[in-house]
Design a protein around this ligand. Structure first.
Ligand SMILES: *[C@@H]1O[C@H](CO)[C@@H](O)[C@H](O)[C@H]1NC(C)=O
Ligand SMILES: *[C@@H]1O[C@H](CO)[C@@H](O)[C@H](O)[C@H]1NC(C)=O
Ligand SMILES: [Cu+2]
Length: 191
């Protein structure tokens, strides 16, 4: 493969990676309140303000002496049935990476807590457009092994939850890609 094609493949991979990275966010359940029954936190309301995406991370932060996190089915979520959870987490600082679309139901398994409102439905909806395409596109395994990033190309900026930073990062990357493509066109006029 000519250098030019390699470079183009690399740039395309970088764009795909960057678009996935720029959409990954960390959502702390209950925000500063965390995962609790104190303060009657409306976790339904909390979830409604978020835009959950595949690749995002959900964090449950709580006092492990008083609470836990159970992933349950819809039926168990509705009835606060904690008798046979799909998974149980008990560290007080549990993170879940979202890997698929749809509803992800969680509740606290301590008796009475779910009934008091300590339950949350993380609904990951499909997004339209390029973001969804990038998230769903299969990894180009053949191209994966060969190209190594040139030392002078800065890595995509680390993920930041702020939408402003994401936009800035996206524009910066686009500029970088355009500049590199222009450079390639200039350096290989015979190709
Ligand atoms: C809770 O769920 C389990 C498993 O699905 C079921 O066997 C049990 O009957 C349920 N308990 C109640 C009170 O609904
Ligand atoms: C929870 O874990 C994350 C890393 O996984 C860490 O950054 C954070 O400080 C932890 N929070 C607490 C309260 O321990
Ligand atoms: Cu609890």
């Amino acid at each position: 493969m000519a250098f030019r094609e390699k470079a183009v493949v690399f740039l395309m991979m970088m764009m795909m990676t960057a678009s996935q990275v720029s959409h990954a966010a960390v959502h702390k359940v209950g925000d500063s309140s965390g995962w609790t029954i104190i303060g009657n936190i409306d976790y339904r309301k909390w979830a409604a303000t978020k835009n959950f995406q595949v690749g995002d991370t959900i964090v449950f932060e709580y006092n492990a002496k008083f609470h836990n996190v159970m992933r349950v089915t819809h039926a168990m979520y509705k009835t606060c049935n904690a008798s046979s959870p799909l998974t149980t987490m008990t560290t007080g600082n549990d993170t879940i990476k979202i890997t698929n679309y749809g509803h992800h139901f969680f509740l606290c398994g301590i008796p009475g807590h779910c009934q008091a409102g300590q339950k949350v439905d993380i609904n990951v909806v499909k997004v339209s457009g390029a973001a969804a395409a990038a998230a769903e596109a299969p990894t180009p395994t053949s191209a994966m092994a060969s190209p190594v990033p040139p030392a002078n190309v800065p890595a995509p900026s680390p993920n930041n939850a702020s939408p402003l930073m994401v936009v800035k990062g996206g524009v910066g990357l686009l500029t970088l890609v355009m500049a590199l493509l222009a450079l390639l066109a200039l350096s290989t006029p015979h190709a």
